[in-house]
Design a protein around this ligand. Structure first.
Ligand SMILES: [Zn+2]
Ligand SMILES: [Zn+2]
Length: 165
């Protein structure tokens, strides 16, 4: 619990969260790879009411999800280009923060009951998937709300070497 602050590279947009995340999703899909410019996105999900922008104003890019057809609203700093968080047409009460924008990205616990890795079928080769955390080939839930069965690895799994599913 507690207040955790974050912001963009240039400092014009600042935010804070006032609660623990509901869950932490690490997403390996190509959208997240392209949006972050990195191998995957670490995405703590908060209730929208638990995130507030405390300085400046973010700009919004609306991206239509290929999977659901719904809009993903990407909030970013128009001055420096840093992406800060996402809100969702499909899940209006939730938002997903780009975890690396927290002043202390390590305040988040990843593990225990609230973590999962999704879209591991799209994960970059050489990515190491941790043991003991539910992983899903794609979403944890299909568009019609059907939960998918996770795979939990017993040892670290290197993507691209043998099966990842
Ligand atoms: Zn900025
Ligand atoms: Zn993704």
């Amino acid at each position: 619990m507690g207040v955790h602050k974050g912001g963009c590279l240039c400092g014009r947009v600042r935010y804070e969260t006032i609660a623990d995340p509901l869950r932490v999703t690490t997403c390996h899909c190509h959208f997240c790879q392209r949006a972050t410019g990195s191998a995957y996105m670490v995405e703590p999900i908060f209730r929208v009411v638990d995130l507030r922008v405390t300085r400046g104003r973010s700009s919004i890019y609306d991206h239509r999800s290929e999977g659901s057809g719904k809009l993903v609203h990407i909030h970013f700093c128009a001055s420096c280009g840093t992406k800060l968080y996402m809100t969702f047409e499909r899940f209006e009460a939730s938002c997903g923060v780009y975890a690396g924008t927290f002043d202390d990205p390590n305040w988040l616990q990843i593990g225990g009951g609230n973590a999962k890795h999704i879209f591991i079928e799209a994960a970059r080769h050489e990515t190491i998937l941790p043991p003991g955390i539910p992983t899903f080939l794609q979403h944890a839930m299909t568009n019609d709300g059907t939960p998918q069965e996770p795979v939990i690895f017993e040892k670290p799994r290197v993507v691209g070497k043998g099966r990842t599913g």
